[in-house]
Design a protein around this ligand. Structure first.
Ligand code: FHN
Length: 460
């Protein structure tokens, strides 16, 4: 509990609410499905699943997919993993089915992570799953086909800047020296890497795998506006409807927060939090620090109540199996969503905000030197025309006071079973009395209906 509160504290306090961007009709159109979807499955899968956090008998600390960097593995050694990559238990339909059972509406898989290995057949580099492994199957093609069969949107993660396999890519300092000198001068022929590998591979992804929901760029090192624009132009010219995330290095379609960071306030701008179920993205055999279904449900509703999307990660093993613990957690949340999804999909942010918590008035700073935010986690609110969805994560003090609104409240009921919830009015306040114990101790949603479509805040 203390740990949970601490992590909420740090996460909530790191994000800054950016200035809103000018409206852009074409972008808003592209974003329609994304704003409705709210919840997606991230998949980090690559050669790093083989060492799974251990190199030459030694535990390699950090994220599973960073093992090449953390253990300073030379390219000629790391490359040998490709000859061992044979995930015979890979069942793309099962993966998509898991996402569906979990209530997720889109899938994003690592097409190429920082290690430079392509999980798809590429004509640009033979360092790919078809040409360099005994498996010889185009993983992305099979997943794209399974997604098409099951009506699931699919996006690709592509590490545009860091490529530790290439002498001119960013990030591999142990084989190829630093990317930049102390004065910032570039020491590698970075544009050579971009033009000969990254840009053509992004073209391949947009040309050979059907409709691509989004490209998830990451860690934009040395990404000048001009370089970023080259990628944006590729995306727009091949698939104009494909979304670009917030980590290209130039403006994307939506804002990506830091990893596992949930901002303290709501925003009308489209945004997404990428997050882990345990601590790593790529599989590590020693990482069993799973978040509970209740924690995941809270994070999902918290994010939606602030106007964002939740992209939650799994890290399949080298055999092609998504760890059972993460499957179980995701499916438990999925069962909750089956009953309570109306409060999530297509729902808008809270009109209130007081329930998120508050900045400390004592001038405290968090570990990053930013104003300290003290989050509250008892309840969250999402909205649709004529309705407020109040999700309780712990039993409210009876009676619960609905924050003041101008609209007349007409009725209240539990979303899960439609049972009426008692409403009383007292001195201009509207109070809810929720039966105890709460119907679902993990999270119980009460729908409050009001007159008119949009809620108007009133002075309390
Ligand atoms: O370095 C990567 C990391 O491995 C992982 O892919 C995450 C996912 O958001 N992105 C980078 C760190 O922010």
């Amino acid at each position: 509990m203390v740990l949970c509160l601490l992590s909420l504290l740090t996460l909530a306090s790191t994000a800054q609410t950016p200035a809103p961007r000018p409206p852009d009709a074409a972008r808003e159109k592209r974003l329609e499905w994304f704003r409705e979807a709210k919840y997606g499955l991230f998949i980090h899968w690559g050669l790093y699943a083989i060492p799974a956090g251990e190199w030459q008998g030694k535990r390699s600390l950090g994220l599973g997919e960073w093992i090449m960097n953390r253990s300073k593995i030379p390219v000629h050694e790391y490359e040998k993993l490709a000859a061992k990559f044979n995930p015979v238990r890979f069942q793309p339909d099962d993966w998509v089915k898991l996402a569906q059972d979990a209530g997720m509406k889109y899938v994003v898989i690592t097409a190429k992570h920082h290690d430079g290995f392509a999980m798809f057949k590429s004509n640009v580099s033979r360092y790919n799953v078809v040409d360099a492994t005994p498996f010889r199957r185009d993983v992305l093609k099979e997943l794209a086909e399974a997604c098409a069969r099951r009506g699931m949107r699919l996006g690709f993660y592509y590490s545009q800047s860091q490529d530790w396999h290439e002498k001119d890519g960013a990030g591999n300092t142990w084989d190829f020296g630093p990317d930049q000198g102390p004065d910032g001068k570039e020491l590698k022929n970075y544009d050579n890497y971009l033009r000969s590998k990254a840009e053509p591979q992004v073209k391949e992804l947009l040309s050979g795998y059907g409709p691509v929901a989004l490209i998830w760029f990451d860690t934009p090192r040395m990404m000048t506006a001009e370089r970023g624009q080259r990628f944006a132009d590729i995306v727009r010219s091949i698939q104009p409807q494909t979304l670009i995330d917030g980590r290209l290095g130039t403006e994307g379609d939506y804002r990506s927060t830091g990893d596992n960071v949930v901002p303290p306030e709501a925003s009308t701008e489209a945004w997404e939090t990428p997050a882990t179920v345990n601590d790593t993205w790529g599989f590590r055999k020693d990482d069993t620090n799973w978040k509970s279904p209740g924690q995941i449900t809270f994070k999902l509703v918290d994010i939606v109540s602030k106007g964002g999307n939740y992209l939650l990660n799994v890290g399949p093993t080298a055999e092609g199996v998504i760890p059972q613990a993460s499957q179980d957690i995701l499916r438990t949340v999925g069962r909750w969503l089956k009953v309570n999804g109306e409060a999530v999909y297509g729902a808008s942010a809270s009109p209130f905000g007081t329930e998120f918590g508050e900045y400390t008035s004592r001038g405290g700073k968090d570990v990053r030197g930013q104003r300290l935010f003290l989050p509250q986690a008892e309840w969250r609110v999402t909205t649709k025309p004529g309705k407020l969805y109040i999700t309780f994560f712990s039993e409210p003090r009876a009676p619960f006071e609905i924050p003041a609104i101008k609209n007349r409240i007409t009725r209240a009921y539990r979303l899960a079973d439609g049972a009426p919830v008692e409403l009383t009015r007292d001195n201009g306040k509207t109070l809810l009395t929720l039966e105890r114990p709460m119907l679902d101790p993990m999270a119980t949603v009460v729908v409050v209906e009001f007159e008119g479509a949009q809620v108007g805040r009133a002075e309390s």
